[in-house]
Write a protein that binds this ligand. Structure first.
Ligand code: AHR
Length: 500
């Protein structure tokens, strides 16, 4: 059997993990909102029309922050369409996804829903068709206590207390030709900077996120980032990254599994670019990152049927293999959490999502729900950099890549060390020895594995529990050196309790 070794040492504690690393994203896209979170005629809808079964599944993911309302949608959205009495709200042609937007849900209703799932809202302002002035109006409506046109309108609309949204995105993917009113780097840099000035003058407590490259394949990457950062560096708090992963060809499982390797390179390039601009500006401020869209997405299959209300778009049915890739990506985000403060799994319900609903029917957990839930629940505390020795595997795009991708945390409050490991080996189990040397005596309190005989197996409404994690029997002997078996092609969470 192949062997690997991992040392987890107190001296390699890097620092605290921002819980917002486990954020998500809901866009007015497809059935994410309508018949996703909101379905007033559903048998388990609450008094506001929100599905209680979906609320329960979302709460299970322990998501601290949710980006809203887009995405590409936001670049054509007039937020004023979504406030006030429902009967007066206009129906609009929605150009990002060629749909009809009914505006039944707007910022106030979304704020109410977010409270029900214990999450903060991370609104995005429209910097496509929208103006800096309109972004300021939206902020004034949401966050200003009272006594002005916009804040009093919020009160009239039933929200006496300001929403106090803290983190705001300055537009979405403005570098992409697909974006409504996309901009050049100079145009966006200037528009974002001027919008940031207005927003901070209105509410100095807000934190702002500027749009970085939409992906690594655009010819403008990473020059877009340098130019934009030179405009906004002193005016914003976070710089955003987006990236979706899909296999190039179905047979190329190795490269798909190694998506974490590409994500790591992307993050490193953006950190270098951000730090270059810091040096150039002679700035004292360190720019943190917001990886506010990431997931597996078979984007090439998106088909749009024109002018339907909430048509099913990008309702991925995730396989075990997709869940393994998501596990690897989660490790990469966690490992880089000294610079990444916010990350959003895109998205949350129906559209590219860990939760799928049937209109009028049930809601299920997709395969990717499980690794996200585990890392979001147990990946809290302080980040430990694991010292890992393991075999390599061959990929077409990246050459040789470590066969294990891992991340670890120390939760001092609970006295636990939690280790997450993806085994990319398609043929063999790996025997992993874990050494907790400086933590003293410990015992394994759990080993949960996600694996299976068919890497393309997926959950469905007929078979909602086909792919699920399983608990492995562990030897509870105390010590500080342990051996665990990582099955071939598996995602693993191994938890230790420190006893001395
Ligand atoms: O999440 C789906 C889409 O992907 C978003 O609207 C856009 O920002 C990205 O291209």
């Amino acid at each position: 059997m192949k062997q690997a070794k991992c040392i987890l040492d107190k001296d390699y504690i890097i620092g605290g993990i921002d819980p917002r690393l486990y954020g998500s994203f809901i866009e007015h896209m497809g059935r994410a909102i309508y018949s996703g979170i909101y379905e007033p005629c559903h048998p388990v809808a609450d008094e506001q029309g929100f599905r209680k079964d979906v609320i329960a599944l979302v709460k299970g993911l322990k998501i601290p922050i949710i980006r809203y309302p887009g995405g590409n949608f936001v670049s054509g959205y007039n937020w004023v369409d979504g406030i006030g009495p429902r009967e007066n709200r206009p129906r609009r042609l929605e150009l990002a996804w060629s749909s009809i937007e009914t505006n039944e849900i707007g910022i106030d209703e979304f704020a109410d829903w977010a409270k029900k799932v214990n999450a903060a809202v991370m609104p995005a302002v429209n910097l496509g068709t929208g103006t800096p002035k309109e972004a300021g109006h939206m902020l004034e409506y949401c966050n200003h206590p009272s006594g002005t046109y916009w804040s009093d309108l919020r009160i009239k609309n039933g929200h006496k207390q300001p929403h106090k949204f803290k983190v705001w995105c300055l537009g979405n993917e403005m570098d992409g030709s697909w974006q409504i009113c996309s901009l050049s780097a100079d145009e966006y840099g200037r528009k974002a900077r001027e919008t940031a000035k207005i927003m901070k003058w209105i509410d100095s407590d807000v934190e702002l996120v500027a749009c970085g490259s939409s992906n690594t394949e655009l010819p403008s990457y990473p020059e877009w980032d340098r130019i934009v950062l030179e405009y906004v560096y002193e005016y914003v708090d976070y710089y955003s990254l987006h990236r979706y992963y899909e296999p190039d060809e179905e047979s190329n499982v190795a490269d798909f599994l190694a998506s974490f390797f590409e994500m790591e390179n992307f993050i490193k390039t953006i950190i270098s670019t951000v730090d270059y601009v810091k040096a150039k500006n002679r700035s004292k401020k360190t720019m943190y990152l917001s990886f506010d869209e990431w997931n597996v997405w078979y984007c090439k299959q998106v088909k749009l049927e024109k002018w339907k209300i909430a048509p099913a778009i990008s309702e991925e049915n995730y396989s075990l293999l997709d869940a393994l890739v998501v596990g690897g990506l989660l490790c990469t985000l966690l490992k880089n959490s000294d610079r990444i403060r916010i990350a959003c799994l895109a998205q949350l319900v129906n559209t590219i999502a860990p939760i799928l609903t049937e209109k009028g029917g049930t809601a299920i957990k997709q395969t990717i729900y499980y690794p996200f839930q585990q890392v979001s629940t147990y990946g809290r505390g302080e980040l430990i950099r694991p010292i890992l020795r393991c075999p390599l595997f061959e990929t077409k795009k990246y050459g040789e890549v470590p066969v294990l991708q891992s991340a670890a945390v120390y939760d001092a409050e609970k006295g636990n060390v939690n280790l997450f490991v993806l085994n990319c080996d398609q043929n063999e189990d790996i025997n992993l020895s874990v050494n907790l040397r400086s933590f003293g005596d410990a015992e394994i309190i759990g080993h949960v594995v996600l694996d299976g005989p068919d890497m393309y197996a997926a959950n469905s409404f007929k078979e909602p529990y086909k792919v699920m994690p399983r608990e492995v029997q562990v030897n509870r002997e105390r010590g500080n050196e342990f051996t665990v078996n990582l099955p071939k092609l598996s995602w693993n969470m191994i938890r230790f309790s420190i006893v001395s």
